[in-house]
Design a protein around this ligand. Structure first.
Ligand SMILES: [Zn+2]
Length: 466
């Protein structure tokens, strides 16, 4: 071992709050812990990587203790992603490493959409008990980068080479390796010292019986609205109240029946119990980075790159316009006016657009969203300071208090009843029909990673969409 590595090894990870991290390291026996990452097993025609994870949670338990599985959402702007760009990871305490690996690879091979073009499954095994803290940090950095940046298979291979780990790629390119490795790093994201990366939520996912895959889902909408009413805001994004729509069930041919997201496991379970639907084949709770804003990078407008997601502070430099199709666009500039970017609230963001339309040149805001084609696709905004516009108004009569009328062009103002006169107009601050604070898209348009305002600390002024 190099001296430098020894020194690094003695440094303790600054953040040990991640419960999975604790689980992996605070075990009181000498049982080896294996981290298993899996990604890119699905296609637009079916399957879901979480489904394979649940099959494994059940079958791996005969070889050891299996912890709560991880569902980790990665950079949502990646062009080749399937749907939500989610990878999964499992933690298994086991002495039967060989058997576990065989079972994992066999289960992935049997269930992945291997024939689909663009599906390139990857599986990674990390021997957690052999990880030194410098290796944990390396893995954590890779994992954080997979949420915020664009990585290559070579990046994954380089990181893998420095870890006590093996990988299996099922097709030549093995793009799934990126997500698989990233998901095993979820346990160590606390090392990055970034609050948004440390945050976590839960999702309880219910799966359909195989013979129903690809058919319309049979879910009683009223029971879903009831479940929401009973458990919101400890659960969220189950329904979209403004659109009167159930949003916890996908419309793809995948095995998922519905998923309940939230911060509180008891509330999630309660919501699950209330929902009436076709028979559930199996259900599994995942710990996730959904609803955490983990993908957002605080940056200057001049540093913006495509395929990244940002928090950009600036000044509105062009009033909003509405284009054909109902999309709303405005420009945001740096405070020194050297760089600008177009910001968009697209039609599916619904009521959010009416807030965005009220912005005016000079307003100071923070824009949250993903950049493609050098346009920021808004997920939320924080109105920091509204520009005050002074307008001229007819003055009020000193005697009766009524608004005076014009006495003619450049002739001042008068009150006919009291015979009073004023030479100049009254200057007044224009009333703005928008408040400071946070605003967000309607729940049905929300990205998996985007943090609902209802999750923000209560001291922050928010205007949640429901
Ligand atoms: Zn008067």
């Amino acid at each position: 071992m190099l001296p430098q590595e020894q020194e690094q090894e003695q440094e303790l990870c600054p953040e040990r709050q991640n419960p999975c991290h604790d689980y992996a390291l605070s075990r009181n026996d000498d049982m080896p812990v294996l981290l298993i990452g899996i990604d890119d097993t699905d296609s637009k025609y079916g399957m879901c990587t979480t489904y394979i994870a649940v099959l494994l949670v059940k079958t791996l338990s005969k070889y050891g203790k299996v912890a709560l599985p991880i569902l980790m959402r990665l950079n949502p702007t990646i062009p080749y992603k399937t749907r939500g760009n989610g990878a999964v990871a499992l933690i298994v305490s086991t002495e039967k490493e060989k058997e576990v690996k065989e079972l994992v690879l066999q289960t992935v091979a049997e269930n992945a959409e291997l024939k689909a073009e663009g599906t390139e499954p990857g599986v990674v095994f990390v021997r957690c008990h052999e990880l030194r803290s410098y290796a944990e940090r390396r893995l954590a950095r890779f994992s954080a980068a997979a949420v915020r940046h664009v990585l290559s298979v070579e990046n994954a291979e380089k990181t893998l080479a420095k870890l006590p780990a093996e990988c299996s790629a099922f097709k030549k390119k093995g793009r799934g390796l990126i997500g698989a490795l990233a998901a095993t790093g979820f346990f160590f994201l606390g090392c990055c010292g970034d609050e948004r990366l440390l945050d976590k939520t839960y999702e309880l996912i219910a799966y359909r019986h195989e013979e129903r895959w690809g058919t319309p889902r049979d879910i009683d909408d009223a029971s879903v609205f009831l479940a929401d009413r009973l458990t919101y805001p400890l659960t969220w994004d189950t329904v979209d109240q403004s659109l009167r729509r159930v949003i916890c069930a996908p419309h793809s041919p995948c095995p998922i029946l519905f998923g309940i997201r939230g911060d509180d496991v008891a509330a999630i379970r309660k919501a699950y119990e209330v929902i009436r639907s076709e028979p559930v084949k199996m259900a599994q709770l995942f710990v996730t980075n959904q609803g955490t804003d983990a993908h957002l990078i605080e940056a200057k407008i001049s540093d913006v790159e495509n395929y990244h997601s940002y928090i950009l502070k600036g000044v509105v430099s062009r009033d909003p316009i509405v284009t054909k199709g109902g999309h709303v666009f405005f420009s945001l500039s740096d405070f020194d006016g050297t760089a600008a970017i177009d910001c968009a609230a697209y039609e599916p963001t619904k009521g959010f657009r009416s807030v965005v339309r009220k912005l005016r040149v000079g307003d100071v805001i923070a824009a949250y969203g993903s950049v493609k084609n050098y346009t920021l696709n808004l997920e939320k905004i924080e109105v920091l300071k509204l520009k005050t516009h002074v307008v001229k108004k007819n003055p009020k009569c000193d005697i009766c208090g009524r608004t005076m009328e014009s006495a003619g062009m450049n002739k001042g103002y008068r009150c006919v009843a009291c015979k009073t006169y004023a030479a100049s107009p009254m200057l007044a601050v224009e009333r703005r029909d928008i408040d400071e604070g946070f605003y967000e898209v309607t729940p049905s348009a929300r990205r998996h990673l985007s943090k609902p305002l209802i999750r923000f600390p209560s001291k922050i002024k928010v205007h949640p969409s429901r």
